[in-house]
Design a protein around this ligand. Structure first.
Ligand code: GCU
Length: 441
């Protein structure tokens, strides 16, 4: 399923695999594909913990000028802006503060979905005063008597893929070609309804008393090297005052999450003080960057976000800066690629991004078979955010020992590694729901 995201659509290998892999063979094909592509680039990923070279992480609690940060005030006033500026300059690019969205149009509403369990709304969220928009699909528990906390996240294939119901309109945007789903002209089709429903567990979330809001990431920027030309980095240029190269696709997707938040703040059925941003994989990277820039997200969940997400960049394990910036050049600012051969020069690492979430509850999740995303590196970056949570009097992970599979650890920062592959599974959602119960109920 991810093949289409991994290789440029023009590549012969991409096309061969897309036309020959059945759904059952896709995980095998994915591994093969990564290995072949890596080999083609002369890149051999390291999967041996004993071969991770030594590295030094910047201390989140020491400023660039070498001053220790000893108070919450110093953290917030000095170090947070400094770290955010470092990530902007070296990794993700600038994150435009606005324009905030203020124009929303409820396109359709129904209380018939999931046998009447769900109150569903599809809302068009316009960007500032422009004609540009994203379509947000919101599910709320029909039984709720008061505003509910909501999970919010972008989806990979269109809103109609998160639940199989003909009420949900098919996206009309550019989508990746995908032979499994017979997408050959970058337009989706009826056959893709609900194909990512397993990843969203809408019914489970509603049964637990939460809402869920999602939007298609292609509403913001099509995910390919030229996507910026038709995405918001170009169309919103006069409003963001940024040139397309001053931010990357991850920033554009993250910015969209903030626009979803603009809407959720106005929805009377939503408890806007309890909006939890969640993202998987590249959209987990985008969710983390959005939450770092937008304090309105009260809880943050990274699902298998890997390199450029939760995983420590300085560790040479699985995906690397060189690989990610050459395969997905549009995700980051160009400067990030310059660290490919000299990581020691990179003045930030992802534990500092995790630290920007403090004191908000943060969940980092890995999967055993997703070594590409470096589960141990994801754990370590959550761990190294601990001193910043401690500054707020909160316990982070509380242990430096990587837990066994499906044994979540941690308090305000929580971590688990589940069995299985790179994906979002019901097990993951069960943990996110219980984390939300713990902090919000
Ligand atoms: C690729 C990429 C990862 C990314 C993943 C995804 O595997 O190398 O960095 O997280 O795609 O988004 O599924």
């Amino acid at each position: 399923m991810f093949l289409q995201y991994l290789l440029p659509a023009q590549s012969g290998l991409h096309s061969f695999l897309m036309h020959n892999a059945t759904p059952i063979l896709l995980p095998v094909a994915l591994v093969l594909c990564l290995a072949l592509q890596a080999a083609a680039q002369g890149f051999v990923p390291n999967y041996d913990e004993s071969k991770v070279p030594p590295y030094t992480l910047p201390d989140p609690l020491i400023t660039r000028a070498g001053e220790p940060v000893r108070s919450v005030a110093a953290w917030k006033n000095k170090r947070v802006p400094e770290i955010a500026a470092l990530f902007s300059e070296h990794v993700y690019g600038s994150f435009p503060a606005g324009p905030r969205s203020t124009r929303f149009e409820v396109l359709r509403e129904s209380n018939q979905l999931l046998g009447g369990k769900a109150l569903a709304r599809q809302v068009r969220v316009y960007f500032g005063t422009t004609a540009g928009y994203m379509d947000v699909l919101l599910f709320l528990p029909a039984k709720a008597k008061k505003p509910v906390p909501v999970f919010v996240g972008l989806n990979f294939m269109g809103n109609h893929t998160v639940l199989n119901d003909p009420w949900i309109p098919l996206t009309t945007r550019w989508v990746s070609n995908n032979t499994t789903y017979h997408i050959t002209d970058n337009r989706t089709n009826e056959g893709t309804r609900g194909v990512q429903a397993d990843r969203w567990c809408v019914e489970m979330i509603l049964d637990a008393g939460y809402g869920v809001a999602t939007a298609y990431y292609g509403d913001l920027e099509p995910d390919h090297a030229e996507g910026w030309k038709t995405g918001i980095r170009t169309t919103m240029q006069p409003y963001t005052a940024l040139k397309p190269e001053q931010w990357g696709a991850l920033g554009a997707w993250g910015w969209g999450l903030s626009r979803m938040m603009d809407y959720l703040e106005t929805d009377k059925n939503v408890d806007a003080r309890k909006v939890m941003v969640m993202g998987h994989s590249r959209l987990g990277k985008a969710a983390l960057w959005a939450a770092a820039n937008d304090a309105r997200f009260a809880m943050v969940i990274s699902n298998n976000s890997g390199e450029g997400g939760a995983a420590l960049t300085h560790r040479n394990f699985g995906e690397t800066v060189g690989f990610i910036t050459s395969t997905f050049p549009h995700w980051f600012v160009k400067k990030f690629s310059t660290y490919a051969d000299d990581l020691s020069a990179l003045p930030v690492d992802q534990h500092m991004l995790m630290a920007l979430m403090a004191p908000r509850p943060l969940y980092v999740a890995s999967a055993q078979e997703d070594q590409w995303a470096d589960p141990h590196g994801e754990f370590l970056s959550a761990y190294h955010a601990g001193p910043v949570y401690a500054l707020f009097g909160k316990t982070g992970l509380g242990t430096d020992k990587m837990p066994a599979t499906e044994q979540p650890v941690g308090d305000f920062v929580r971590y688990h590694i589940r069995q299985g592959e790179h994906d979002v599974k019901p097990y993951d959602w069960q943990q996110y729901i219980s984390f939300a119960n713990k902090h919000f109920r």
